[in-house]
Design a protein around this ligand. Structure first.
Ligand code: RIB
Ligand code: CA
Length: 311
C-alpha cells in the first residue's frame, strides 16, 4: 500500500473547490491535514464558511486557517457571476466552527518546516498565500513533497479574459512568483474544459444517486451550470479543482503530460495573468509538469463513486 498522501489544501472554496475537498476526503490514499483559505471567488468570510461546511459534510475534522484577504498588489475582484454570490451556488452555509488561530501563511510554513518532504500542497485558489509562504520561507519548495496547482490557461482561451484564467488573473503577481520558483504539476483551464467538464446527463446520474453528497453537488454547481447555459448555451459545468485533486489521487487518470517552462504576466492590461508556456525548455527555466489530457470518463466515475457514499 503506497503511503498516504498528506494534503495541505489552499482554497477559495467555490463549488469546484468543495467537490475537490469531497474527493480528497473520500480517498483511501490521502489525508487532508489542513485547509487554508485565500481571497478568490467569493467574499472571504463566506469562503471560510464554505470550507468548514464542506469539511463537516465530508466528515473531516481539520483546522481551517484564514489567509490573505486581498491579492498581493492588485485590486481584488470576485467571480460571483460564475459561482454565485456565496461561491457555492444555491448554498450559503454558516457554521459555528471556529477558525484556527494561526494565520494560513504561518501554518503553511510551520507545517512544512516541521514535516520536511511530507506534504503535498494542493493549490486551488489564487496563489497569494503560497507566494507569501515562499517569501517567508525561501526553502519552502524544498520542504514540500509535491505541489499541484489549478491555474492558468495553456494553448486555450482564459475564463476571465481571453488571455487569463481566474486564479492566475486574480493575483498575477503571486502566480508569477510561485510559477517561477516552485516546481509543480499544473492543471490548467484548457484541460479542465476538455476533460473536466460534466454535462446534463451526468447531473441526471448524480440526481439518481439521491445521497446527501449528491444533493450538495447539484446545489453547489447549479450556478456554474446556469452560467454555462447563459454564456455558451450548453448545459454543463467545468469542475477544475476537482479534476486537479482527482488527477493527483489517481495517476492513471492522467493520459498525457509534458515538462515545460512557464511564466505568468503580472502586468495590468490585456495579458494580465496570462500563462506563457515554453515547450522547448530553452527560454524559461521553471520546471512544470503540465497535464495535457485527462481521462474524463474515469474522472466522472471517481465523482459518482464519492457522491454515492452515504456517510
Ligand atoms: O478558473 C478556475 C479556478 O478559479 C478554480 O479554482 C475556481 O474555483 C476558481 O477559483
Ligand atoms: Ca478554486
Amino acid at each position: 500500500m503506497t503511503p498516504d498522501r498528506r494534503l495541505l489544501v489552499d482554497t477559495d472554496t467555490a463549488s469546484d473547490d468543495a467537490v475537490a475537498l469531497l474527493l480528497a476526503a473520500a480517498s483511501e490514499g490521502a489525508t487532508i491535514e489542513g485547509v487554508t483559505v485565500c481571497a478568490g471567488n467569493a467574499p472571504f468570510d463566506q469562503q471560510v464558511e464554505n470550507a468548514k461546511h464542506t469539511l463537516a459534510l465530508a466528515g473531516v475534522d481539520v483546522p481551517v486557517h484564514e489567509g490573505a484577504r486581498t491579492p498581493l498588489l492588485k485590486d481584488h475582484e470576485y467571480a460571483d457571476e460564475v459561482h454565485g454570490e456565496s461561491g457555492l451556488g444555491e448554498l450559503a452555509p454558516t457554521t459555528d466552527v471556529a477558525s484556527a488561530d494561526e494565520h494560513a501563511v504561518d501554518y503553511l510554513v510551520r507545517s512544512a518546516r516541521e514535516n520536511p518532504g511530507e506534504f503535498t500542497l494542493v493549490c486551488l485558489a489564487p496563489l497569494t498565500n503560497v507566494a507569501l509562504a515562499l517569501a517567508r520561507e525561501p526553502e519552502f519548495p524544498d520542504l514540500l513533497d509535491e505541489v499541484w496547482i489549478m491555474g492558468g490557461s495553456a494553448f486555450a482561451p482564459g475564463n476571465v479574459t481571453p488571455a487569463a484564467e481566474f486564479n492566475f488573473w486574480a493575483d498575477p503577481d503571486a502566480a508569477h512568483m510561485v510559477c517561477s520558483r516552485l516546481e509543480h504539476t499544473l492543471v490548467d483551464w484548457g484541460v479542465c474544459v476538455r476533460d473536466g467538464t460534466v454535462d446534463a446527463e451526468f447531473f441526471d446520474r448524480v440526481r439518481e444517486l439521491n445521497t446527501p453528497l449528491a444533493r450538495f453537488f447539484a446545489a453547489a454547481l447549479a450556478r456554474v451550470r446556469a452560467h454555462s447555459r447563459d454564456l455558451k448555451g450548453t448545459d454543463e459545468a467545468a469542475i477544475p479543482d476537482a479534476l486537479t485533486v482527482a488527477s493527483l489521487l489517481d495517476p492513471d487518470l492522467v493520459i498525457d503530460s509534458t515538462t515545460v517552462g512557464v511564466a505568468v504576466d503580472e502586468r495590468e492590461g490585456l495579458t494580465r495573468g496570462a500563462l506563457v508556456v515554453d515547450e522547448s525548455g530553452t527560454t524559461l527555466d521553471s520546471r512544470v509538469e503540465l497535464i495535457r489530457e485527462a481521462d474524463g470518463a474515469r474522472f466522472e466515475r471517481a465523482l459518482l463513486e464519492t457522491l454515492g457514499r452515504c456517510g
